[in-house]
Design a protein around this ligand. Structure first.
Ligand SMILES: CC(C)(COP(=O)(O)OP(=O)(O)OC[C@H]1O[C@@H](n2cnc3c(N)ncnc32)[C@H](O)[C@@H]1OP(=O)(O)O)[C@@H](O)C(=O)NCCC(=O)NCCS
Length: 301
């Protein structure tokens, strides 16, 4: 694709949101195709996963993904039409179409809605410093995640996966607990990356934070560097609304600021009524929107 078109695309996105970067789109593999347009292009790919993979906890087993670069948002309608028109008929209930786009580029939103997409997840961002004033946290003790918290941490992480799946609607995956236990053990071995919150001696909250090599995968989406990524925040039902989440986030932000990580990022589910307001109050704002359309046997074009 022309260098000029890509340069125009980058200029357009950075004028809309200076924190957005333009990731390189991988070449279309054997199952993919490049769609051409006078005002842009798109690469359409199919990604396949096994039900026992970690990523399948929040993804469909088959994902048809389209990445576009444009000089004029009107091109998106033609590219979506060509992409979707060329897809095979849906034949199961574990397939989705996905399209990632900067949240502030509102010109494409009506086009995506017209093609049946809905926001699935938001990538949000905030400066790690200065800290946000947090609600009172009397009686809440924040501790570094340690081996003695492993069972409670796995249960808490499982709770947020189950909570999110109310909105994601993926089938329940095998091996979820096995993957979460491995993640808990991995972060336990990395001081300064994960914390639990205790109330009355009971573990009621968990926060897991990636930095360095663990958060490099999200860097292509974000202009400033280096950037952290918050993997998990959960307060167990029954203890929510008491300042546990805010106290955990405060600890993570202070640690990031001390480590000279200027920005932090995270995903939250667009339909989750608890996370959007919480993250907004904690200083995060949308950067990218992950748009999704179920591609099911019952779906019509
Ligand atoms: C999102 C979640 C972690 C928040 O945890 P929590 O312990 O309830 O959070 P807090 O008690 O600290 O904050 C809740 C309230 O304080 C507010 N708050 C949060 N940070 C604040 C801040 N820095 N200053 C002032 N108020 C703040 C929130 O907006 C919220 O207000 P509300 O009482 O009107 O609802 C919790 O609801 C949860 O576990 N939900 C299910 C899993 C989930 O959605 N996880 C997030 C996935 S991205």
């Amino acid at each position: 694709m022309s260098v000029e078109l890509l340069a125009e695309h980058r200029r357009r996105w950075s004028a809309i949101d200076r924190l957005v970067d333009t990731p390189v789109i991988p070449e279309a593999p054997g199952n993919g195709r490049t769609l051409k347009h006078s005002d842009g292009y798109a690469v359409a790919r199919r990604l396949d996963r096994r039900p026992d993979e970690y990523v399948a906890l929040w993804s469909s087993l088959r994902e048809y993904r389209c990445d576009a670069r444009i000089r004029n948002p009107e091109a998106i309608a033609d590219l979506l039409s060509e992409w979707i028109g060329g897809l095979p008929e849906p034949d199961d209930d574990d397939t989705e179409l996905t399209f990632n786009w900067p949240g502030r580029d509102v010109a494409v939103i009506p086009l995506l809605i017209d093609y049946g997409f809905r926001p699935k997840a938001t990538v949000a961002i905030r400066r790690t410093s200065p800290p946000v004033a947090t609600p009172p946290s009397d009686g809440i003790v924040i501790r570094e995640l340690a081996a003695e918290h492993a069972d409670a941490a796995v249960d808490l992480w499982r709770e947020v996966i189950d909570w999110d799946n109310r909105f994601l609607r993926h089938p329940r995956r095998p091996d979820a607990v096995k993957h979460l236990r491995a993640e808990v053990e991995r972060f336990t071995a990395k001081p300064g990356t994960a914390w639990v919150a205790e109330v009355g001696g009971a573990v009621v909250g968990l926060l897991v934070q990636s930095v360095g090599a663990d958060s490099e995968w999200i860097q292509p989406l974000v202009e400033p560097a280096p950037v952290g990524y918050l993997n998990c925040l959960v307060t167990t039902a029954g203890h929510r609304g008491g300042g546990v989440g805010a106290a955990l986030v405060d600890r993570a932000h202070r640690t990031l600021a001390d480590s000279a990580v200027p920005y932090n990022t995270l995903h939250y589910n667009a339909l989750n009524p608890l996370s959007g307001p919480f993250w907004n109050r904690a200083g995060y704002r949308p950067l990218w929107t992950n748009w999704s359309r179920p591609w099911r046997a019952s779906t019509t074009r």
